[in-house]
Design a protein around this ligand. Sequence first.
Ligand code: CA
Length: 665
Amino acid sequence: MKTMLKLAAIACGVMTMACKTQTTVGDFATYPEYKKNDLGLTYTPEKSTLRLWAPTAESVTLRTYAEGVGGEALETVAMTKSTKGTWVVELEGDRKGQFYTYQVTTDGKTLAETPGVWNKAVGVNGVRAAIIDLADTNPEGWAEDKHIEVKNYTDIVIYEMHHRDFSIAANSGVKNKGKFLALTEEGTLTPEGLASGIDHLKELGITHIHILPSYDYGSVDEAHLENNTYNWGYDPKNYNAPEGGYSTDPFTPEVRIREMKQMVQALHNAGIGVIMDVVYNHTFVNDGSNFSLTVPGYYYRQTEDGDYSNASGCGNETASERPMVRRYFVESVKYWAQEFHIDGFRFDLMAIHDIETMNLIRSELDKISPSIFVYGEGWMASSTPLPAEQQASKHNGKKFPRIAVFSDDVRDGLRGEWMSAGEGGFATGKVTNRQKESIKFGVVGATQHPQVNYEAVNYSSAPYANDPIEVINYVSCHDDECLRDKIDAVAKDANPVQRKRMNLLAQTIVMTSQGVPFIFCGEELYRTKGHIRNTYNLPDEINRIDWSHKAKYNDVFTYYKELIRLRRSHPAFRMATNAEVIQNLLFHDSPEGTVMYTLNGAAVGDQWSEILVIYNGNREGVDMEFPMGDWNIVCEDGKMQLDAPRPFTGGSFYVHGTSAIVAYK
Ligand code: CA
């Protein structure tokens, strides 16, 4: 079986053992649904009201505290059973600044205290929820802050980053290293005097950053940040509160919220959108999660034996098809979009979620802003009880329109299969027909095109995008080796100059293909992760961006920047519909190991009437035939020359090894 399983199991870094759930399976359908919007805290200066959905509870105790951790309870109150499985309590007076927990007794057992699942503010390490007034967390000018507007999702250029990777290095020039605030600092410089931080992003020209998990996760001890623990954060604890480790003060609940908003605001002011990586598919722990401590069993899928099923590979998987789970995910996403002005969501292991939920998320986000982009990993890490036809997998991609999936087909076609450490791909000189058709699959944005042989594509035998807006083309992300390290691993026989050309060729294919391009933070600085494959919890020394690379590998940076400028200046590379691609993209016969096609720019409003693109994956140069005409070559032999194109009248042409040609007339 062709597999597209990804190493998210390892990526999440959680070693939870599967164990029995605390409730018998099968009666969840009888749980009442609560549809009003007042779950969690409703704060006013006169009183604070708390409502918890816990239909199987026999009693619920609420405790208030002066601190986010430690100390005796200020008061212990029995909550009152209310409608549709909810429990409610009203706390008189202004409770701002206090913390609280719920404690549920069910099936004769009293469970551990929990901040509940609907909290929006927490104390250190997310142990207790906090009573705050969200209005206090808005930075100055927040009311004027708006989502970044996007005409077509194919106009987006995504830059995936981890907060620590980006700014933690001593030479980042940034003061708030590894924090949300790092992205608010303008005018920062590398030691060689080049732009770093947010100015670097502006210079590079990407349109959106995709931040690795930034909700409250469990693997970093926020009380001891001086330990500089590193983790990607694929271990969710509180879904609706920001991670404390990225704030300057994880003890004061408002601070992480305000600082994350400041980050969004600064990026928006720079014209850059913010996409959050969301991991609703599993939680850090099983029986001890806020879900389990509120309604045992309900939020997770079970195996026939009543164990936690484990499609995430992290010990459990959530059950989006159950009404109150679905509602929770939808409301959570809406909250981030509305309260934090988040411009997009990347769903980890999206195939674990059911299609109906993803479609509901899309339609609810459309009501807030159709510019909000949604995409995800169209696979899972292990098996699930959710029927295949309900899974939001890439193979079902056409059933959830306007939601994109990652193309592992083009990724591995370019760099080599992720399962085979030593195998290369098209860009590294492995130019079989399978690689070639996988590249063509990427070029057409995973849509239907009469000149692609889908049977030969890496892991897919059919297009999975209705339109190019529904696929993410990429060659690297946080998972597995970064591009430079992968090329080092698979092209040991190539010299350093050739390896750099492979890197540039791979990204040229990503950036000129139809679909939504995505690059991993630091590839433009020729980053390395020490040739280590999985770095989810390794020290900063491995994961950090070394900003001295910007001067050292300025040729790489300049090439990436110009490549992005090429794409953003020319709508022919960004067609929004399958019909446009079929009508305006034509492949031409070309020698083995090469792909050649033309784009009808005039038909899609491009100032270039016709564009010719050639990718040569062979390490040797190839003689090819250009169509006749007055061409201007803007990319050749591993160099971009947008402002000084070289004229060429067509005919016989030498395409250098491991390089791309882009020409127009
Ligand atoms: Ca945390």
